[in-house]
Design a binder for this molecule. Structure first.
Ligand code: ADP
Ligand code: MG
Length: 254
């Protein structure tokens, strides 16, 4: 239902994404990983139509995304950028309520308020609801933006490094929540550096290297060879309690 057909994207001359082909179904929880600058954020922005590929196209349930209006896209795709800095002063509650905007035309209804309350609870933000988001820590603010995307109830959720600013407890809570959402049939795509966290929760891994898909699959993509070539570090991958553990080795150069 999300088809990325042979897209290439360049900010100026050089391609930052090259001939990317991915077909992603409902209910998949996809981790996009790869070194800094490999094109993760660019890919996510192309899927969201914030950037338009020079070559290829992206289809949502068979419709070219370039032909959809901003509102139509917002009703299908929720997006949490990599980092949002200070904004105009607004309460946490109102920020999350904005996520309901594609669902109401003039004023929010009772149901919209109920959904906002539900996601505030899910993200452990109930005590912050009247706070100005600019007074929150980076991690708390990150959770507000995740809450806003969840309130949107879009079929596809794109999150760019959603756990980067979070403490361990909230990383786990966010990943668990995203997994539950994907189990309900929503598609969740995240850029993530923490491979261990990705392996624990995601069920598909797209590894990018210099704008190309270097590997795409389930846990089998995590081999010494692939991870070493991708990140240019030596690793030792072991299985403990049926779970792969990636141990970086600092001693020897490859
Ligand atoms: P990642 O999210 O994997 O770290 P990005 O998609 O942000 O990578 O960046 C991919 C490449 O595109 C990098 O080389 C980066 O420098 C370049 N790039 C990103 N954003 C811009 C921009 N707005 N203008 C020009 N180049 C950019
Ligand atoms: Mg990025």
């Amino acid at each position: 239902m999300l088809n990325i057909n042979n897209i290439s994207f360049a900010y100026s001359k050089e391609n930052v994404l090259e001939d990317i082909n991915l077909n992603i179904s409902f209910g998949e929880f996809v981790a996009v990983a790869g070194p800094n600058g490999s094109g993760k954020s660019t890919l996510i922005k192309c899927i969201n139509n914030l950037l338009k590929p020079q070559k290829g196209n992206i289809e949502l349930s068979g419709k070219k995304i370039g032909n959809l209006s901003k509102n139509e896209i917002a009703s299908i795709i929720g997006y949490v950028p990599q980092y949002e800095g200070r904004t105009v002063p607004t309460s946490v509650f109102n920020t999350v309520l904005l996520g309901r905007k594609p669902h109401f035309s003039w004023a929010p209804a009772k149901k919209d308020f109920e959904i906002v309350e539900k996601v505030l609870n899910q993200l452990d933000l109930q005590d912050f609801s009247i706070r100005d988001i600019n007074t929150l820590s980076g991690g708390q603010r990150q959770r507000v933006y995740i809450a806003r995307a969840l309130a949107q109830e879009s079929k596809i959720l794109l999150l760019d490094e959603p756990t980067a600013n979070l403490d361990l407890k909230h990383q786990l809570e966010v990943m668990k929540l995203l997994k539950e959402i994907s189990n309900e049939g929503f598609t969740v795509i995240i850029a993530i550096h923490d491979l261990q966290m990705a392996m624990q929760f995601c069920n598909r891994f797209v590894l990018l290297k210099s704008g190309n898909v270097y590997a795409d699959g389930h846990h089998e993509v995590f081999t010494n060879e692939i991870i070493e070539k991708l990140f240019e570090v030596k690793v030792n991958i072991q299985t403990i309690d049926n779970q792969k553990i990636i141990i970086p080795i600092y001693k020897n150069d490859i």
